[in-house]
Structures are given as C-alpha cells and as structure tokens.
Design a protein around this ligand. Structure first.
Ligand code: SF4
Ligand code: ZN
Ligand code: ZN
Length: 298
C-alpha cells in the first residue's frame, strides 16, 4: 500500500515530507508567503516576477498570483534557436490564461544573443553561464527600475541556495556566500530595485511536484550551454550529501545566510549607463560594447 499524507491520509505525491497534493501546495505556498511577509506594506509594492519558462519560475508565478500582490511578469528571450521561441510561447500562454501582464525583453534588441555570448566567452575570460547571469541580473534590475517596480522576484530554490553556499565556501569567499538572502532591499540612490527569492526554502523537488500537481505549464527544454555549469555539478554533489544526511541543504543554507559580512565598498555609477558597478564601466556595458562590435563585423 502507498504512503498516506501525514495530515489527511490522502495519496502522497511528495514522499520527502509525506504530503498529498493539497498539503504540498500548502507547504510551498506557506514558505512563499513567509518570505513575502518580510516586506512590510507589501500590498503597496510592485513586484516583477522573472519567468524563464521553467518549473521553478512558472510555479512561483502561479503561487504569487494566488496572493493579492501587484505583480507583473518579465521574460527574457535569450535568442537560442529552436529553444527560445517555444519557451516564449509557454510563458505567453500562462500569462494569457491568468490575465497577468507580461513584458518580454529580447537580448537581440540589445544587439546580441546567448549564442553570441557563448561564442565570444573567451574574449571575456569567462564562462557562458557567468556572462549570461550578469546580463540577466542587469536586465531584470534595469527593466524593473525603469518601469517603477519595487522588487524583482526570482525563483531560486533551496537547492540553488545550497549550491551557492558551497560555491562560496569552496573558494573560501564567505563574503560572496553571505550575499545570499531571501530579500535584498531596494537602494534607489544606486538605481537598484529590491530582490526577493520566495522559493528560498523550497526544495527543488517540491517545486517540481508543486508545478506538476497544480497543472502549471512549464518548459523542460534544457539550455544547450548548461554543460560545464559548475553550479549544476555542485548541485548534484549537494543532493548526494542530502541523500545520506537529510536536512543538509537547509542547515547549510541557514548557516551561511546567518554569516553576514558587511560590504566594504559602495558601488560606483557606470560611466555609460549609470547603473552600479565596482569598476568604471559595468559588465553589461562592456559585454554589449564588445559583442555588438564583433557581431556587426562577423
Ligand atoms: Fe544562461 Fe547558463 Fe542558464 Fe543557459 S544554463 S540560461 S547559459 S545561466
Ligand atoms: Zn494531505
Ligand atoms: Zn553600464
């Protein structure tokens, strides 16, 4: 006989906590609500939910749409042939069905695509994922700032956070790791909107089963550049430790989050775009400048 839900005796869909679909939904939505509850006066704030089309961000948008928050969606079209267009359709269908306002920004409108970033990654002595991450963070923030949003919500889950902690610890950089938090407050003086990660304490598997059991549409298309992503490899290793020591991901994430190191420097303004940067010209502007030159010459 199959396991029964610890609360109602119904059929278990999430064995890790012995929960049926209804109680898994409560578990996930309670965690989302707890993080959103950190924002005082949240009914007055405007939230921009970043939706990639994957299970986590679509599930998060679904959970947040059940609240009374003022929220809109932002999708970045990365311009990957045969992947980006179908993913965009999934996101557009989701927004249409739920009558949510969707904004789409195409990297191509900035003069390059994700395949261009990949082809030129060595020019930046970087990896595709690192460049892609910088571009996404920049565009989420600048779009939100320019359209009057207070917070960008992203769907980083507990497994992402634990992997982030291990990555920071593995290079002995506690300052890097301690940046992880479920809320980063807006800094209008630096043209920075706030960041919120409502899935901070939601394990990846719970996120997947939540999306499936709630009937949330999502794309399973894998990014062609994910191979070699260090964070993915670390996530696998963390899952291995969790298997022999349940609770590891949660304890590690809490431990590293609790270790706060104050930032030593206040950011400069990028000479080209005015957004914050540690150097004279921000990474996005450097990428854009170099890639648009090279893509035009090709
Ligand atoms: Fe970007 Fe890497 Fe994610 Fe692909 S796998 S979307 S390159 S961060
Ligand atoms: Zn139940
Ligand atoms: Zn800039």
């Amino acid at each position: 006989m199959g396991q029964k839900c610890q609360f109602c005796g119904g059929k278990v869909v999430y064995p890790e906590q012995r929960l049926c679909d209804k109680h898994l939904a409560r578990y996930v939505e309670k965690r989302v609500d707890k993080v959103l509850g950190k924002i005082l006066g949240r009914e007055e704030k405007r939230f921009l939910v970043a939706v990639s089309g994957g299970k986590d961000s679509m599930g998060l948008a679904h959970a947040m749409a059940k609240t009374d928050l003022q929220m809109e969606l932002l999708h970045l079209d990365l311009g990957v042939p045969e992947v980006s267009a179908p993913v965009r359709q999934v996101v557009e269908g989701f927004a249409r069905d739920r009558e949510l306002k969707l904004h789409t920004v195409s990297l191509a409108d900035h003069g390059f695509t994700l395949p261009d970033l990949h082809d030129h990654r060595r020019d930046f002595r970087s990896t595709t994922c690192s460049l892609c991450g910088s571009v996404k963070r920049y565009l989420f923030n600048s779009f939100a700032h320019e359209h009057g949003f207070d917070f960008v919500a992203t769907a980083h889950n507990l497994d992402d956070m634990a992997a982030f902690a291990v990555m920071g610890l593995s290079c002995g950089d506690l300052q890097y790791a301690s940046r992880m938090d479920y809320v980063s407050w807006p800094e209008p003086e630096h043209r920075m909107v706030g960041r919120i990660r409502p899935y901070f304490y939601v394990p990846e598997k719970a996120s997947l089963v939540y999306a499936l059991t709630q009937g949330v549409p999502f794309s399973e298309a894998a990014c062609p550049y994910v191979t070699g992503n260090k964070q993915v490899a670390i996530k696998g290793a963390v899952a291995g430790v969790e298997g022999v020591a349940p609770g590891f991901k949660l304890h590690l994430t809490k431990l590293v989050k609790g270790h706060k190191e104050p930032s030593q420097t206040s950011p400069n303004q990028c000479q080209l775009c005015g957004y914050p940067t540690a150097v004279e010209v921000c990474r996005f502007c450097r990428i854009k400048q170099k890639l648009t030159d090279q893509v035009e010459q090709a």
